[in-house]
Design a protein around this ligand. Sequence first.
Ligand code: GDP
Ligand code: MG
Length: 453
Amino acid sequence: MAKESTIRTPIVCVMGHVDHGKTSLLDRIRGSSVVSTEEGEITQHIGATLVPIDAVTRMGGALSKVSVNVPGLLFIDTPGHHAFTTLRARGGALADMAIVVVDINEGFRPQTIEALQILRNYKTPFVIAANKVDRIHGWRVQENQPFLKTFAQQNERVQGMVETKVYELVGKLSDLGFNSERFDRVSDFARNICIVPTSALTGEGLPDILMVLIGLAQRYMTESLKVSADGPGAGTVLEVKEERGLGMTLDLILYDGTLKVGDEIVVAGNDQIIETKVRSLLKPRPMSEILIEERFERVKSVTAAAGIKVAAPKLDGVIAGSPLRAVRSGNRDEVIEQVRREVQDIEVNLSDVGVIIRADTIGALEALSKELEGHQIQVMRATVGPVTRHDVIEAGTIKDPLYSAIIAFNTPVLPDAVDALADTAMSHVSIFEGGVIYQLIDDYVEWRDEKKQ
Ligand code: GDP
Ligand code: MG
């Protein structure tokens, strides 16, 4: 039986500094669906929003002449800054592309810079939304219009202001090693990052963001988006939730193949691999059917890419970010081994002498280690979870005192570790704690360079 390969919907993650407009941007994209009941409607998935290609072209961005073979875009609705690194697939990031939102008036902030570094390390294509353009003094709103149309309606002073702000971003991006330009002046996506001025409040520039994403998908990833639609389902767990009448459920982003009711599935728990069987697959009900008693609609099968709720027995203890794989044609042991490897194998090159690193999730640990590697800082041990007393003692015995440090990203330091650190025998050990990777690295480097003198 010939397996047909199709191009699946690329998965898009929204990143950026807090309050710069990530949630608003997604809300606005989703909001456009309410006005339309036509073919190609934007639909709510579990943990995601699907914008089909028809909806993208209907909105009519500046690049709408590109030949389109991508079926649409699936936006992940994850709250929280570190979603990108937490959500892994195949040892890399789950998201195929990203939007980095930056407040055009405020410019880059620590989490913007961190997002860019992560995207560089994962080689993920992205577009910059230079958001809140409507806040520029004197801006005249042209609801939902593509950027160039609304830009043409602004007076010279406002236009000049937009240009200045965009060039400030270009400069900052250049400092970080990226070439960038306002999107309408970019002819080669491989050489330049596109900056699109947007307003999540008025919808201006959003058609262009969507079109740039489609362009990136076509340019960079039509090969990697080829899937065998009838192959066994593979996905990443976004959230583990108890639902009334359903018991424990998984919110899953399916990125490959098809998942069916009755499929045997393998997923990772806190301390063991869990094998179970799909009892039901649930989609959110469309808005129009909101009065129906049941919140979810049951489906028999679902094909990637999609957001779906999975109900099954034995889901207690499944970890968010875990891979989920369906078993087909008796390759059960192989699938179990695959899932085990995906959770355990983090791509960190360990050295005999180096710092000890800790993070809250596997993906976060990997992101931190990649950045350390870029700074030629060696890592001796990398583990998920809070900093323990044992970590402090181990750091205390490292031969090179310049590495007697623990870097804790997004994870607490346990009280007995604090006690151990207070011991005079450990006075040469330092712990660096925080939620922004490059600040942690800056702090460590400053400490190390002081010690060197
Ligand atoms: P997030 O933390 O990045 O998800 O940011 P939010 O989407 O929650 O937005 C933070 C605040 O900025 C909210 O009060 C939004 O209403 C406001 N906001 C977001 N985007 C825009 C925009 O394009 N224009 C204006 N004027 N306000 C915006
Ligand atoms: Mg938000």
